[in-house]
Design a protein around this ligand. Structure first.
Ligand SMILES: Cc1cc2nc3c(=O)[nH]c(=O)nc-3n(C[C@H](O)[C@H](O)[C@H](O)COP(=O)(O)OP(=O)(O)OC[C@H]3O[C@@H](n4cnc5c(N)ncnc54)[C@H](O)[C@@H]3O)c2cc1C
Length: 508
């Protein structure tokens, strides 16, 4: 052990970001030499939303040794196979953005190129008909992916919906069991070391001081240390992502939960619908320049499928990211580090990504700038890649029924996205950047789903035998359909998984 090792880690905030970081760091760092303290304020509370995720969370759970059925039972969770988008390309249209691939590539030619070629020749169904996840979702069915790559079920990919409050509680249980110390109290001050500008300690309202070598700022939108103390600065992306407000409300529902999130475009934003075991999570995300708060709330309440179970909660935000995710000895995670809006459920993943990169570049007390710079470079890429994919949903529309959609349809987009769109429009080409979160299938689903059909396809797709392709496409589609028909209904699958957890708890 070196004298330079980090001994004291202080996590500021106990929302999803704080407890995700605490649970991972305590498990993966040397507990003998590192102490972790998490400070949270019951008076301030958490943002209380953030209930839909994307598939990489499975890897985070595995990293922490979490049993998936226990996790689903404890968080009243459901499985998510993708997102159904309603009224995005044009009013009256819908499409599905599934997790996992579409079909299979042939002789090195991407499946979507084959699909585009065939679609130019004869009438074909939606590309989602060649997705295992989309086909199962359409039938309300769910099963875990099969390990055998020869089976269509191996192509199913999933994530989770869960209750945000229960998720933080679940992680807190893991973190405290492994040795994280929790302090309840409101931080009112932070002291800087004049010699190097690093944070030395934070002070709580009752006068307690907590010193640290490394501070993880998980304090939410306020960015208590990263912005409040260090003035790091924020890159504002609202010219591309104009939504800046949300209203959230849970509602009652009966019957089987859908294994997907639904996102319905509205006149100045969109509405989410997230089925949990015990309630539906709903919310509207909108641009306050185009829709008044009271009107947004009324629109949300008018479009609930069941009785509201609580008072609606209003939230404000600005799309963008902190200029440096890691500044001095402060690493920001979660909302303190940036926010891209929840359209593709990326925020929890960005927390996970920050934790994994922090572990890979973990500093010592000398804080080598090379490690910090590399972390900041990688996080910038991750945020910008996710940002471009979200902007795509607003840009790729034919809607002209409101000022909001006219703005989005005609706005300039970042060069990185513009380049992608031009490559797509010519021959349907897509190239995944090195660490890009959303792969080809995701881009294809949104582009085609929102009516951006390319002018042509790759010449290599024409070289394939046309009868062989036609036959293979039909067989593939049928194999997904048959597989899905044999899966359990989603609600039954969950009930069975939860019953097994209860059964093993009773037996213990
Ligand atoms: C409308 C909306 C919908 C969203 N939907 C999704 C989604 O579907 N999927 C997804 O991945 N993400 C979603 N998110 C993002 C998600 O909610 C957050 O990424 C996640 O909850 C993490 O929040 P956090 O922990 O950074 O902040 P918070 O939950 O705000 O936690 C901040 C913590 O800091 C503490 N704190 C703050 N100040 C002090 C102080 N002075 N002293 C002591 N403690 C303090 C608070 O008490 C709290 O414990 C959504 C966000 C919004 C706004």
């Amino acid at each position: 052990m070196s004298e330079h090792n980090i001994h004291e880690i202080v996590i500021v905030g106990g929302g999803t970001a704080g407890w995700m970081a605490a649970a991972a760091l305590v498990r993966l760092l040397d507990r003998g030499s590192t102490n972790i303290t998490l400070i949270e304020s019951d008076e301030i509370g958490t943002v209380g939303v953030g209930e839909a995720t994307i598939p990489p969370l499975i890897a985070y759970n595995r990293m922490l040794g979490i049993n998936e059925d226990e996790f689903v039972a404890a968080t009243r969770g459901t499985f998510k196979l993708g997102i159904e988008f309603v009224d995005w390309g044009a009013v009256g249209e819908r499409y599905f953005h599934p997790f996992g691939p579409h079909g299979q590539d042939f002789h090195g030619v991407h499946f979507h190129q084959i699909y585009l070629r065939e679609r130019a020749r004869r009438k074909l169904g939606d590309i989602g008909d060649w997705s295992m996840s989309a086909t199962a979702a359409a039938l309300g069915r769910y099963a875990r992916p099969a390990p055998d790559a020869a089976l269509p079920l191996s192509q199913l990919a999933y994530a989770f919906h869960f209750d945000a409050g229960l998720y933080a509680r679940f992680l807190r249980g893991l973190a405290e069991r492994d040795g994280v110390r929790r302090l309840e109290g409101k931080i009112v001050d932070a002291k800087l070391d004049e010699s190097n500008g690093q944070v030395e300690e934070v002070t709580l309202a009752d006068g307690t001081s907590v010193a640290g070598d490394l501070f993880i700022d998980c304090s939410g939108f306020r960015g208590l240390l990263i912005e409040g103390k260090l003035g790091t600065g924020y890159e504002d992306w609202s010219q591309w992502l104009p939504c800046d407000r949300a209203v959230a409300v849970p509602s009652a529902y009966a019957g089987q939960p859908d294994p997907f999130t639904r996102s319905t475009a509205r006149s100045a934003g969109w509405q989410w619908r997230i089925p949990l075991q015990h309630r539906m999570g709903n919310g509207i995300v909108y641009s306050s320049s185009h829709l008044a708060d009271a009107d947004a709330e009324a629109l949300l309440l008018a479009n609930l499928e069941g009785e509201a179970l609580a008072e609606p909660r209003r939230l404000s935000f600005k799309a963008g990211r902190r200029r440096l995710a890691w500044n001095g000895n402060v690493v920001s995670l979660g909302l303190s580090s940036g926010f891209i809006e929840p359209l593709e459920s990326t925020s929890i993943h960005l927390i996970q990504s920050g934790i994994v990169k922090l572990l890979a570049l973990f500093p010592d007390k000398r804080f080598n700038p090379v490690e910090r710079d590399e972390y900041n470079r990688q996080m910038k890429d991750v945020y910008e890649d996710a940002r471009d994919f979200i902007i795509l949903h607003y840009k790729a529309t034919r809607r002209d029924d409101s000022e909001f959609w006219n703005y989005c349809r005609t706005m300039d987009v970042p060069d990185s996205l513009q380049r992608k769109l031009e490559l797509w429009q010519a021959k349907g080409r897509l190239f995944r950047e090195q660490h890009e979160l959303f792969g080809t299938a995701s881009w294809v689903a949104v582009l085609l789903g929102q009516g951006m059909v390319p002018q042509g396809h790759e010449p290599a797709a024409d070289a394939l035998d046309k009868d062989m392709i036609a036959d293979a496409l039909d067989k593939m589609r049928l194999s997904y359909q048959r597989m899905a028909e044999h899966m359990p209904m989603h609600g039954d699958f969950i009930a069975n998984a939860c019953a097994q957890v209860e059964g093993s708890a009773d037996a213990a």
